[in-house]
Design a protein around this ligand. Sequence first.
Ligand SMILES: Nc1ncnc2c1ncn2[C@@H]1O[C@H](COP(=O)(O)OP(=O)(O)OP(=O)(O)O)[C@@H](O)[C@H]1O
Ligand SMILES: [Mg+2]
Length: 598
Amino acid sequence: MAQETGYIESIAGPVVKCGGLPSVRMYEVVRVGKEKLIGEVIEVSEDICTVQCYEETSGLAPGEPVITTGDTLSVELGPGLIGSIYDGIQRPLPDLRDLSGDFITRGLTVEGLDKTKKWKFHPTVKVGDKVIPGDIIGEVPETGIITSKIMIPLGIEGEIVEIAKGEHTVIETICKVKDSHDDIHEVTMMQKTPVRVGRPFKERVHLNTPLITGQRVIDTFMPQAKGGTGAIPGGFGTGKTVTLHQFAKWADAQVVVYVGCGERGNEMTEALEEWPHLKDPKSGRPLMERTVLIANTSNMPVAAREASIYVAVTIAEYFRDQGYDVALMADSTSRWAEALREISGRLGQLPSEEGYPAYLGSRLAQFYERGGRVKALGSDDRLGSITLCGAVSPPGGDFSEPVTQATLRIVKVFWALDKDLAARRFFPAINTLTSYSLYHKTLEAWHKEHLGPDWPDLVREAMAILQKDQELREIVQLVGPDALPESERAILEAARMIKEDFLTQSALHEIDTFCPIGKTYRMLRIIINFARKMMKAVQMGVSVRRILEFSVLDNIARMKIAPWDSYDKTMDTIEKKMEREFQSLSSEIEHPEITAPS
Ligand SMILES: Nc1ncnc2c1ncn2[C@@H]1O[C@H](COP(=O)(O)OP(=O)(O)OP(=O)(O)O)[C@@H](O)[C@H]1O
Ligand SMILES: [Mg+2]
């Protein structure tokens, strides 16, 4: 498409109005001013178009030139994405720094993928094979964990007439396809995809597998599904970032895309410094070998923050289409919504609740709709998923504000952080009573098959104990603990065990930072069995105080630090000891059947 040169008419923060561009299109990328700042057209009228500028606009003056590019805001997809650290519009941050030093100068064009690096391409098709869009034609071992699958892009269909192998850059032709009109189409390892619309797929499929996060409270009480959507709202310092970092480090997704969206720069720095040293518990390889980071921190331009979410989700879709399970974490969607609010304010749009634009809810929904588990394009039935998890930072921790409320209406899992728990250093500070997951039922078959048929009962019983504990605490506050009968004291004790020995989990502990799901199951089973036996014994007249003398309680308190690979042994020992100690009560009571397994 031909380039046009127009001029700046007016500037208000990141919003620039331009004239003299009669054929400019919506969402086209333009270069603004003498410094050629990168911008995107977000409103078009007959003779004026409005551009949101992805770079700082100070110093820009009316009359300076504006040049159209003919492209919409797109990302480059192909080998080289994994391990990259990008800004909000897919410019690699290390390259920007190399070009301009620590303070990034404006107007720099740096492409998302390295065009000089050669990748080893292994074809999986041969000359004569028929292909349609989405078909995989070869593989590139990108990192020790991820093999990049090269797919036929949209619009190309026909017979392979040439296929390369060996080392190639992402822009060299590796395959030629002859279509039904005998026209030849060249395929490279790189695809360019617009970010504002989702990449196409065949169909959505049922979510039936959990995304194991390694965080016990989540995997047990509010599990996420692969392809599901979740939000983690919480006031200042309640643990949003730590929890999302925990997901990025430990969740059993194959590819992780992490967006630092409008948060403090030092949080991103921590991630950048820490993650390269962490190892994936399954493969033992560095975690960065499956991670793409997008950093658009609070000191970076606000419009690029708005775009960063779409850039991230488009990258996630590319890996989904290859058949991977991808997890995308965004910290925080509130800062993203603030960017929307700022731009909408500059555009003079009518503000809705708390100044947010009326389309806040629909924009949030459009983002979360890009999550899901799908059958990818292509002739095979390849499944891939994107799980979306967004932090929400309501001012003052007030969940009734518009961003939290709009998010609540969309997501299926809600991990509510509680400032009182955080103040008591009870971490993760997730309130089990106000948080929820709508995936319990859909994941039940998986849990029963992979953990044990008793899993749903254990979870329900634990939840019932926590609910009862809440009620009893209110009574205790009024009348004191002595007024409670022994049976209710047993419930308080069981709840204490669930909270202290099971739910608290330090992100900073070398072992407890991650809990394999099998270990979570065995820990829960031990605590619930203990609770059942304790309540039965109490019914038979044994005092709670007597049961609290059991030395197995020390073992239970320490079971969370049992090693990842040999926890079974620890759990077997605890179960046997528990059995013995309850057995020892039989001489003290007349009904020895209480020791029978429940
Ligand atoms: N799971 C956890 N294990 C141990 N410590 C935790 C955990 N979660 C949170 N913390 C503690 O709480 C502190 C604040 O957490 P975090 O930075 O994640 O809060 P936040 O909700 O992101 O805050 P902000 O609103 O400032 O972004 C952490 O520095 C850490 O000390
Ligand atoms: Mg944070």
